[in-house]
Design a protein around this ligand. Structure first.
Ligand code: PDD
Length: 277
């Protein structure tokens, strides 16, 4: 199994990451997780576009065109004969003497990518998962898919310690997203989700789901909702590259709707599956 290190396909043992890599020291970099179904990257263009958009937002220069990036990832997946799983890729601002400001002169960024076999979370997709509220204490640029994930890590850990699958993050009363997912509530045949803003990551799965809503005839309102409203929803759903369209059956042990996967969740799951190559 090979990994991608800058533009080289090498064994993982042969990768040398600098002690003063800015990703390692500052979390100064960006990343993506792309799902692979049947040997093919799902929504690769959208993920690569978002990677370059994140790079732009932190003034990081990726020294490859999007096309070359796509080709290298594709080659890595073929080389590793990966059928079902994911590719993780990150780009850091490079290695330079530790100082907070950008290196002068600028140094080359460091790209690493590797593939991993994973299976779809079939059981959870069918039965739904438990969640809990966690205060969103992250910074104000959650639209950047940055390597700085401490806020997300601590929120997820709190959820897992409470035997939950995900943390429902809220700023004050308002729900923003999950620790590694987007959040949706469905009430009286309307789907609500936080509008695209600096307070959340515009998930690629979110974009696919909003498209699925049109197909299944579920009107979408991109408006934030509160913790109290979440508990009153007929259905709650979360989404991410790995979790796909995941029903949430309780928050803080309070049952949502019927306490089972809802009708809309199932319809959206079916519409989502049709889009899998
Ligand atoms: N996380 N919001 C946050 C904070 C996320 O970290 C993610 C994804 C999403 C959903 O985005 P998408 O649908 O593009 O996967 C929303 C990835 C998968 C991760 O960190 O592993």
């Amino acid at each position: 199994v090979k990994v991608l290190w800058n533009d080289q396909f090498v064994q993982e043992e042969d990768v040398k990451i600098g002690f003063e890599d800015r990703g390692y020291q500052f979390g100064d970099g960006i990343y993506e997780v792309i799902k692979i179904y049947n040997g093919d990257m799902f929504t690769a263009k959208e993920h690569i576009d978002r990677l370059y958009a994140s790079a732009d937002k932190i003034q990081l220069v990726i020294p490859y065109t999007k096309d070359v990036m796509h080709k290298m990832l594709h080659e890595l997946i073929e080389m590793n004969e990966l059928q079902d799983g994911q590719v993780y890729l990150q780009v850091t601002r490079g290695t330079s003497m530790r100082q907070h400001n950008f290196p002068v002169p600028a140094v080359e960024s460091v790209l690493t990518a590797y593939t991993k076999e994973t299976t779809r979370p079939h059981t959870q997709l069918e039965n739904g998962v438990k969640a809990c509220f966690v205060e969103d204490v992250r910074w104000l640029r959650c639209d950047i898919k940055s390597l700085n994930l401490l806020g997300n890590v601590l929120a997820k850990q709190e959820a897992v310690s409470k035997d939950c699958y995900e943390a429902v993050l809220h700023r004050g009363e308002t729900i923003t997203e999950g620790s590694s997912s987007n959040m949706y509530g469905i009430k009286d045949g309307v789907l609500y989700t936080h509008p695209v803003s600096n307070l959340m990551l515009n998930g690629i799965t979110r974009q696919v789901i909003l498209n699925c809503c049109e197909e299944v005839g579920l009107p979408v309102v991109e408006e934030a909702f509160t913790k109290a409203q979440a508990l009153e929803m007929d259905e709650m759903i979360m989404s991410s590259t790995n979790a796909e369209v995941m029903p949430i059956i309780s928050i803080d042990d309070k049952i949502i709707g019927t306490g089972k996967r809802g009708e809309w969740a199932e319809k959206l799951q079916l519409a989502f599956e049709k889009r899998i190559p």
